[in-house]
Design a protein around this ligand. Structure first.
Ligand code: ADP
Length: 680
């Protein structure tokens, strides 16, 4: 790929890398950073002393770029060039160029803190400012001191403030690859359209009919809108009279698309045909689609944000930043002058858009990352003083410490416990890891592994959900005891168990409106988690047999007990009427069970008094998604532990002394906890 802008700078790049332990490289999206740097360093001989690792914040980019590099080098994917993403490792002992997600590299450093197998680590797409890349930046700073003679670190970015990163790495050199961008004319709409999907459809059709050839790239917010846009456009294009304009193919592009459909965007269109690509912000910088001349920018992005003061996640459609808007526009000028149609007025761009995107570290729950850093047991790393490029708020660090304390991952002084140490080895969020640890004590590890795997794949699992398919699935599962009063985790377990009974029949998935790819993924994830659990526990996993209805119920009950321990920080007590609950814990708020939940009243018409939930989302009223009924006697020790919480001590004496948690904690211990007829 000699014609990519980066290729002319090969000599300069490899010389700078030879002479410096850390180099920052700034280059426009599409200049060849992801695909070419690793190959240049391979030519320079860096694969002789180790593996060249290239991290990507997104799974799809890791897979797609590895595929491309394997193709360019004429090797089989998984051999000299491979990739590793969570739950999928396509590398072998011959692998010398390894593309991996930043999360996988963090995990590797748990078992090998010095990452000795790597001669070069390229932190690619650093401008995305993913939480994991931010943590890796801090770890690399430390590692480079230890391995200064045999490790090279490159940080690459399309837009990142190079000076800031260079300062972070003791003024390391910055190389800038001049971009070959053609001018892009920016057109603003007079007003924000009330429905951007309609407006984008209309704009795309206008361009298609009136403008010369060149592909169109539309930035939408998520899969739903992409599907709507694709279907709208297909209908409209089909309705054009034959010969009235050139042909068009409409291509969706988003992270949950099967890989074979994703790669379609890399094939050029047939002659006299225009491609209209409808993408999420994945096409902003992660994947470069060639041939785009027209960009339609909705001005929005879907973003998950965590609020540490409420413990609540929201999946919000938010306005993009100026940097993102300019990246999007830039996609139109890669091959010749282009046009960007912004579906918002210039006033919105200037007055309302933030200058830069808020880094993920400042809008995520940090429990997993804090546990990870603690599990490294590095004497010189104190989580509250960790060297972050942009530090998270003190409040979110404390929130993470409190969560970890409640699930026994750290002790009252903030030190990692042996449970926490084992939890960190599982590639799961802390609540699920803790559930697995506990399930092994209760003999329900098999069921817990299934639930953890099902939750890990949830978005790729269910095709459209409707009450009809729900009924049908229930009917097909009628050989299992009805678990709807127990909540969603039990339902997920039952779905898998039924499939298991059919010997993993693909037809059964289709019949029950479950995505085959998703279910096969669950099966694979479950197997991998079982292997890790086996390694951690060092003794055979304690698996309970299922057979009679009583045995099923005992299994479900034990699983719910384990979930209660794992999700101790996500607990709610029934209040008001119907399905209204109040969260117990650090912050108390009124919440509802999410409408998608299977949780129903029991025979007495009652919802369970206590539930744990997988996550709290604002939709816009606070809702608990994936809930599981738990019993009061399991809740009591958690409430008691909450009362002993001393945040000042947890944070090693740093920060303000916290007042009492807001909202009074219930005095459950004083209540009669002896529920007759329910053996413990
Ligand atoms: P950067 O990292 O600087 O954004 P890349 O190395 O990702 O640039 O892209 C360089 C070129 O390689 C682009 O023209 C892009 O379209 C092409 N490319 C990248 N991945 C693939 C792929 N999987 N298939 C075909 N072409 C690809």
């Amino acid at each position: 790929m000699a014609n990519l802008p980066i290729s002319q700078y090969e000599e300069k790049i490899v010389e700078t890398v030879d002479k410096n332990p850390v180099v920052v490289l700034i280059g426009e999206t599409g200049s060849g950073k992801s695909t070419q740097l690793s190959q240049m360093l391979r030519r320079r001989g860096y694969t002789k002393s180790g593996v060249i690792g290239v991290t990507q914040p997104r799974r799809v980019a890791a897979v797609s770029v590895a595929r491309r590099v394997a193709y360019e080098l004429g090797v089989q994917l998984g051999e000299e060039v491979g990739y590793a993403i969570r739950f999928e490792d396509r590398t072998s002992e011959n692998t010398r160029i390894k593309y991996l997600t930043d999360g996988v590299l963090l995990r590797e450093s748990l078992s090998n803190p010095e990452l000795n197998q790597y001669s070069v680590i390229i932190l690619d797409e650093a401008h995305e400012r993913s939480l994991n890349t931010d943590i890796l930046l801090g770890l690399m700073k430390r590692l480079i001191k230890i391995r200064s003679s045999n490790l090279k670190v490159l940080v690459t970015s399309a837009t990142l403030d190079g000076d800031k990163v260079s300062k972070f790495f003791s003024d390391c050199p910055i190389l800038t690859i001049p971009g070959k961008l053609y001018p892009v004319e920016i057109l603003y709409s007079k007003e924000r359209p009330s429905n951007y999907v309609e407006s984008a459809t209309k704009t795309a059709l206008d361009i298609h009919v009136k403008e010369p050839e060149g592909d169109i790239l539309i930035f939408a917010t998520g899969q739903d809108d992409i599907e709507k846009l694709v279907s709208n456009l297909e209908d409209k294009v089909r309705a054009f009279e034959e010969g009235s304009c050139m042909d068009a193919i409409i291509l969706p592009l988003h992270g949950s698309l099967p890989p074979e459909l994703q790669v379609r965007v890399f094939s050029p269109p047939p002659p006299n045909c225009r491609r209209i690509i409808v993408a999420t912000n994945i096409a902003e910088t992660s994947l470069t689609v060639d041939g785009v001349v027209y960009v339609i920018d909705s001005g929005y992005v879907k973003q998950r944000q965590y609020n540490p003061s409420t413990g609540m996640y929201s999946l919000d459609i938010v306005q993009i930043s100026k940097v993102q808007a300019n990246q999007r526009a830039g996609r139109a000028g890669r091959t010749r002058p282009g046009t960007c149609y912004r579906l918002y007025p210039s006033r919105v761009y200037h007055d309302e858009f933030l200058d830069v995107t808020v880094p993920e570290i400042q809008r995520s729950s940090l429990a997993g990352s804090v546990l990870y850093l603690k599990s490294l047991n590095l004497p010189d790393i104190d989580i509250l003083k960790f060297d972050f490029l942009d530090p998270p708020s003190f409040e979110s660090l404390q929130d993470a410490l409190k969560q970890l304390y409640l699930i026994d991952a750290i002790d009252e002084d903030g030190a990692i416990t042996s449970i926490g140490q084992k939890m960190a080895e599982l590639p799961l969020e802390p609540s699920l890891s803790r559930t697995l640890m506990e399930a092994n004590n209760y003999g329900c590890i098999s069921q817990a592994l299934t639930v953890a795997a099902m939750l890990s794949a949830e978005t790729t699992l269910l095709s459209v959900q409707s009450s009809k398919t729900e009924k049908k699935r229930k009917h097909n599962m009628s050989n299992l005891p009805d678990g709807s009063g127990l909540g969603d985790h039990i339902q997920l377990l039952q779905i898998y168990e039924c499939w298991d009974q059919t010997d993993y029949d693909i037809g059964w998935c289709k019949d029950n409106n479950l995505k085959v790819r998703g279910m096969l993924f669950v099966k694979d994830v479950r197997k991998q988690l079982a292997q890790i659990m086996q390694k951690i526990s060092k003794v055979p996993l304690d698996v309970q047999a299922n057979g009679t209805v009583e045995e099923f119920h005992r299994g479900y009950r034990n699983l719910r007990k384990a979930l209660c321990v794992g999700y101790a920080n996500q607990l709610a007590e029934r209040k008001l009427h119907h399905n209204g609950y109040r969260t117990l814990g650090f912050k108390s708020q009124v919440v509802q069970v999410h409408p998608s939940s299977v949780l129903r009243q029991d025979e007495l018409g009652k919802f369970p008094d206590y539930v744990v939930y997988h996550e709290l989302i604002a939709t816009p009223r606070p809702c608990m998604r994936n809930v599981c009924a738990v019993e009061m006697r399991w809740v009591v020790p958690i409430i008691n532990k909450l009362k002993t919480l001393d945040v000042h001590k947890l944070s090693g004496g740093i920060g303000d002394i916290e007042e009492e948690p807001e909202g009074k904690l219930p005095d459950l211990a004083k209540k009669d906890v002896d529920i007759p007829g329910v053996p413990d």
